[in-house]
Design a protein around this ligand. Structure first.
Ligand code: HAM
Length: 423
């Protein structure tokens, strides 16, 4: 029986790693420009952390978590997202005492037992950012601007959809209006919506069933039912986005799959990934820190982008990245030459040249072929005759010109000569 990776768990192969590194390096650089610092949190947490934050009646908690008993019988879960863990760490280490506003980011694998498809995995990676301690609409718009900048710098075109989910003041009245509307159509609704009426009314808006969607035409919309404070907040977020010239669309049906959101929510959407349209998503969660036992009045907002989806989009655009060519290939013939070539390779690598040689010591013809395949700019060639004459050949692989390089001193000295010629 051949051993394969688990379904929904993927290797990131060497040909893809350059794209991943570019995504991560671009993100880190932008996050730093916006004042974020990195935090690294564990992959395993107590199950209760996710139940209390993401919400008992969400798909993630009901059906998707990798939850099991630890050897001592306690229930633990492989994190399905980053926000809950970052907030747990923020509270546990009293980070709010260090700075009134904390800007944190974390990068790493998350785990959800979903049905795998293009852009949807069971182990996937997020770059997740959180701002704790600021409730001003400027922060909401600034975060969306940062996400927008990241995707633009990666060369991706997405659209930004925003919504406001209100607060504990206005949500109950909206839920009532929604349920009254739904009640009148209850016999035509799918089983999931019947259940959502009891457990999580807002999720009704997110139903993918065509018949339900038909029924929900004319449903009361959340942005029309906000209290004055939430309405002002949302208006200011929109004004500031327009001020920064970031295009957006209000999507009153966007409710998000996690229960902790209040007020602003947003998604960055692409049409290039089939069903998996969200490249990134987030929103405000003003009550969550207190709900997890942290300080009262500690507002928060954040978002996460999915790295697999970014990598897919970039590779769709660019057809992957070419591996960088070699500076130097060393073709050596004979045992003595091979030992010297091995030392020379080390010296060249130390001095900053991307260098390779043939570990199998095949024929010169074969080694030259290898040099060509690895797109080496130069090949350094020597065997017994060259060692006897104290001269090797440096061949420019582009214009095919050759020059002699003296083999005096140690391979370190040869390397200095070669580096000089390669400048
Ligand atoms: P989320 O919408 O569940 O939000 O996930 C954010 C992003 O992670 C998605 O837009 C998508 O790109 C990626 N993603 C989610 N599930 C998968 C999957 N199964 N396979 C591949 N990519 C996936 C959150 O996780 C929130 N914690 C975001 C946040 C941070 N809100 C506030 N702060």
């Amino acid at each position: 029986m051949s051993l394969k990776a688990l379904k929904g768990f993927k290797d990131i192969l060497p040909s893809d790693v350059a794209t991943w590194q570019r995504i991560e390096a671009t993100a880190r650089e932008i996050f730093h420009r916006y004042g974020f610092t990195e935090i690294r949190v564990p992959i395993l947490e107590k199950t209760g952390l996710f139940v209390r934050s993401i919400g008992e009646a969400t798909d993630i908690v009901e059906k998707e978590m990798y939850t099991f008993e630890d050897r001592n019988g306690s229930s633990i879960t492989m994190r399905p997202e980053g926000t809950a863990s970052v907030l747990r760490a923020f509270i546990e280490h009293n980070l709010h005492l260090l700075q009134p506003i904390q800007r944190l980011y974390t990068i790493g694998p998350m785990f959800r037992h979903e049905r795998p498809q293009k852009g949807r995995l069971r182990q996937f990676h997020q770059m997740s950012v959180e701002v704790l301690g600021a409730d001003q609409p400027m922060v909401d718009s600034e975060l969306m601007a940062m996400a927008w900048q990241l995707l633009t710098e990666l060369g991706l075109k997405v659209s930004l959809e925003i919504n406001s989910l209100g607060c504990p003041e206005c949500r109950p009245a909206y839920n009532k209006a929604l349920l009254d509307f739904v009640c009148e159509r209850s016999d035509q609704l799918c089983e999931d919506c019947q259940r959502r009426r009891q457990t999580n009314p807002l999720r009704i808006l997110d139903c993918k069933n065509e018949e339900c969607r038909e029924q929900y035409k004319g449903v009361p919309e959340l942005p029309d039912h906000l209290c004055a404070a939430c309405e002002d907040h949302f208006a200011e977020v929109k004004r500031l986005l327009a001020l920064l010239e970031i295009p957006f669309k209000v999507n009153a049906f966007m409710v998000r799959g996690l229960d902790y959101y209040t007020r602003t929510t947003f998604e960055l959407i692409t049409t290039d990934l089939g069903a998996q349209s969200a490249v990134g998503a987030g929103g405000r969660y003003d009550g969550l820190v207190a709900q997890l036992g942290g300080p009262k009045n500690m507002p928060g907002i954040g978002f996460a982008v999915g790295m697999e989806r970014l990598a897919l989009l970039i590779q769709q655009n660019e057809m992957g990245e070419e591996p960088t060519p070699l500076d130097l290939f060393i073709a050596a013939l004979g045992d003595e030459a091979r030992d010297l070539a091995f030392k020379l390779m080390q010296a060249c690598r130390k001095s900053g040249l991307k260098t390779a040689m043939d570990p199998a010591g095949r024929s010169l013809k074969n080694q030259m072929k290898q040099a060509g395949k690895s797109q080496a700019r130069y090949t350094f060639i020597f065997g017994e005759d060259e060692l006897a004459n104290n001269k090797a050949i440096l061949r420019n692989m582009v214009n095919k010109e050759q020059q002699e390089i003296p083999l005096s001193g140690t391979p370190d000295a040869w390397c200095d000569n070669i580096s000089e010629k390669l400048k």
